[in-house]
Write a protein that binds this ligand. Structure first.
Ligand code: UDP
Length: 240
């Protein structure tokens, strides 16, 4: 892709893990971290990009933690889902402090804090340049927020999923554990699955593959990375 000073995407879906809100904290939400993410998002919003965000919940609770301790999977997953709603509220607050208009859409009913998911309404929000925050994944247990990101990205016709992580892209092994891990500039959907690379779960990758939705995996900790991706710079790893 040729980099320029104009965005190469009109509408994006940004997948933020719950961990992105951890910052220096070891649990929950760090307001500083939320602010730093919000300023980066505002930056690309100012470029005229329509933005939807899928927020994860791993900083508070993951279903797997409950099941490992003997809980029923569905109950544990619903706890995970609710933790994404908490994150959605925090992110909305941080974004509004930056002066942008937002709408928080939860896939499970929590009327006092978020709107229900109505596809046409979400499209309207985006057209009006409101940043849409999706929480509660797809609203069902046994799924991840990565799969929910893929599903919603397709429904709203986003041109790309930007998957924010804490490493620079997709590697042959976990770069935080293996010094010899090699980074891919780009990689095909099937190779991510075949090589068992744990960047997104198989359901999410399959959904993107079937519908030709590209994913760019990038490091959120490096300031301006989201902006660079939106401007067409080759950063991170492109899954296509
Ligand atoms: N979850 C779910 N259905 C969904 C999305 C999420 O049940 O559609 C639950 C699941 O328990 C998951 C938790 O919510 O562990 C938090 O989401 P995720 O682990 O995807 O968050 P992230 O890793 O992005 O922080």
């Amino acid at each position: 892709m040729m980099a320029q000073d104009k965005p190469v995407f009109e509408r994006i879906l940004l997948k933020l893990s719950g961990e992105s809100l951890l910052g220096k904290s070891s649990f929950g939400i760090n307001v500083e971290a939320a602010k730093s993410i919000a300023t980066q998002i505002k930056d690309i919003h100012n470029l005229g990009v329509q933005i939807a965000i899928m927020i994860g919940g791993g900083n508070i609770f993951r279903g797997i933690r409950g099941t490992e301790a003997g809980m029923d999977r569905a109950s544990a997953d619903y706890m995970g889902l609710l933790s994404t709603v908490i994150n959605g509220i925090a992110l909305q607050d941080a974004l509004e402090k930056e002066g942008v208009f937002t709408r928080h859409i939860s896939a499970i009913e929590v009327k006092a804090v978020a709107e229900p998911f109505v596809r046409r309404r979400v499209l309207r929000h985006l057209e009006k340049n409101r940043i849409v925050i999706f929480s509660a994944g797809i609203g069902s247990p046994y799924f991840t927020t990565d799969t929910a990101a893929a599903l919603r990205a397709l429904e709203i016709k986003a041109q790309v999923i930007l998957k924010a992580t804490k490493v620079d892209g997709v590697y042959s092994a976990d770069p935080l554990k293996d010094k010899n891990a090699k980074k891919f500039e780009s990689i095909k959907y099937l190779d991510v699955i075949k090589k068992g690379l744990r960047v997104m779960d198989t359901t999410a990758i399959s959904l993107c593959k079937e519908n030709n939705l590209p994913i760019i995996v990038l490091n959120l900790k490096k300031k301006n990375n989201i902006k660079k991706a939106v401007l067409g710079y080759d950063i991170g790893t492109k899954i296509y």
